[in-house]
Design a protein around this ligand. Structure first.
Ligand SMILES: Cc1cc2nc3c(=O)[nH]c(=O)nc-3n(C[C@H](O)[C@H](O)[C@H](O)COP(=O)(O)OP(=O)(O)OC[C@H]3O[C@@H](n4cnc5c(N)ncnc54)[C@H](O)[C@@H]3O)c2cc1C
Length: 385
């Protein structure tokens, strides 16, 4: 068993950490308080900077995704700015990653180079108002008119929708041999029949570009890949691999919180000594470290399992996401307790992380669904034994 990063992975981690601290972290609190247009501009700038630094294509290995490198860069970006991380991830993992995994050579050549440099932005629209966890319930439908697929329907929560150049849309194929099955359709930003709605206000991750897509006979560039009917399994594959990125997000938030809380515990005094020397405060810092460290280990184990094609990798990913997202909620709660009244104030940093962290338990497979997946896999193993 080897817990050591390779020299290249160590270099990636160190370079990503230094770059994100210098270029991305200073904007994170700004983004939290920005008006939507300014936030979109700042996120776009961040994506370009990450792309120019080579940090957007770290998860590409030629023959398939390199989930370990994806995790390493992701944790550093998320630690610096969770909203920037989610925007980058929607663009280069959920959209470009899907094109890389399932697209035709022509689609890859058309979209990947600029997405991976951060020069264009991508998005993935799968869930709907009445179909989040239960993706089988989507209503968005595509019909083929001549050679063109036209999509109609609404996707209400789509990261990057306001700044996206290319969007992948999950829809039911309305006719032909794929009738009733799903496909991922490629939609470009100026497509006829596409409108982008007004972004919703959110608890956390403020500044993350997000808006509904309304499509009315929207002209698409066709199906992702060369055949329809595979959209549901393609979305499932992405969301399963995606547990690694969400684990990186949660651990990044946890690390940022731990750094703030440790600094506060060292500098704040009460009853004549630094508060970190009170056992109750020190134990909270110890628990924060242990939860975060284990979250990282589970994330990297899942990433490694995915790289190896381990049959257990989806369960490893579900466990990692479940543990790290629930761990992040504990960590931000302990962090807030260490800051106490000063943490509760807007602009404290800890208050923002407290709001940002909740997303991990909700997105891309809620904690309930991760538990269901793990339980089903484990019970199946017992039945077979
Ligand atoms: C900030 C943000 C960004 C997002 N970005 C995107 C995006 O880019 N693209 C996109 O398509 N979507 C996006 N979403 C939507 C997101 O994917 C959904 O919110 C998520 O999948 C959960 O779906 P839901 O909110 O409809 O909850 P529901 O599916 O309505 O779930 C509600 C509750 O019921 C529970 N539940 C449901 N089914 C079961 C079951 N079988 N067993 C046990 N419990 C169950 C859930 O665990 C949950 O607790 C985003 C959401 C947010 C908040």
């Amino acid at each position: 068993m080897d817990f050591q990063f390779s020299p290249e992975e160590t270099k990636l981690q160190q370079d990503a950490a230094a770059f994100c601290l210098r270029e991305i972290a200073p904007g994170t609190q700004v983004l939290d308080g920005c008006l939507p247009e300014a936030a979109c501009a700042l996120v776009r700038e961040n994506l370009k900077a990450l792309g120019a630094e080579g940090l957007l294509d770290t998860g590409r290995a030629g023959s398939g995704p390199d989930m370990v490198r994806h995790y390493i860069a992701g944790e550093e970006i998320a630690k610096a700015c969770p909203a920037t991380f989610l925007s980058a991830r929607a663009s280069v993992f959920l959209c470009a990653g899907a094109i890389d995994l399932f697209g035709t050579e022509e689609q890859k050549a058309r979209y990947l180079p600029s997405l991976l440099k951060g020069e264009t932005v991508g998005a993935l629209a799968y869930s709907e108002d009445q179909a989040g966890t239960d993706l089988g319930g989507i209503k968005t439908r595509a019909v083929k008119v001549g050679d063109t697929w036209l999509v109609s329907g609404t996707k209400n929560l789509v990261v990057n929708a306001p700044i996206a150049d290319v969007l992948l849309v999950l829809a039911l194929c309305g006719e032909g041999p794929e009738n009733g099955a799903m496909g991922l359709f490629i939609v470009e930003k100026h497509a006829e029949g596409l409108s982008i709605g007004k972004g919703a206000e959110t608890l956390g991750l403020r500044g993350l570009p997000m808006a509904p897509l309304v499509m009315d006979g929207c002209v698409t560039q066709g199906l992702l890949g060369d055949a329809g009917g595979r959209g549901f399994s393609q979305a499932e594959t992405l969301l399963s691999l995606g547990t690694v990125g969400i684990t990186a997000l949660c651990v990044g938030i946890g690390t940022a919180c731990m750094e703030l809380a440790t600094g506060h515990a060292r500098s704040r005094t009460a009853f004549g000594k630094r508060i970190g020397l009170f056992q109750d405060v020190g134990f909270k810092l110890a628990d924060m470290f242990a939860y975060n460290d284990l979250g990282r280990m589970l994330g990297l184990r899942a990433a490694w399992g995915m790289n190896q094609g381990e049959p257990e990798a989806p369960v490893m990913g579900a466990s990692a996401k479940l543990f790290a997202s629930e761990g992040a909620m504990k960590i931000v709660n302990w962090g807030m307790q260490i800051f106490a009244g000063h943490g509760y104030l807007s602009g404290s940093g800890i208050e923002k992380l407290f709001r940002d962290a909740k997303f991990g338990e909700i997105c891309e497979g809620t904690s309930e669904m991760q538990r269901s997946l793990i339980a089903a896999a484990e019970l199946d193993r017992w039945v077979r034994a």
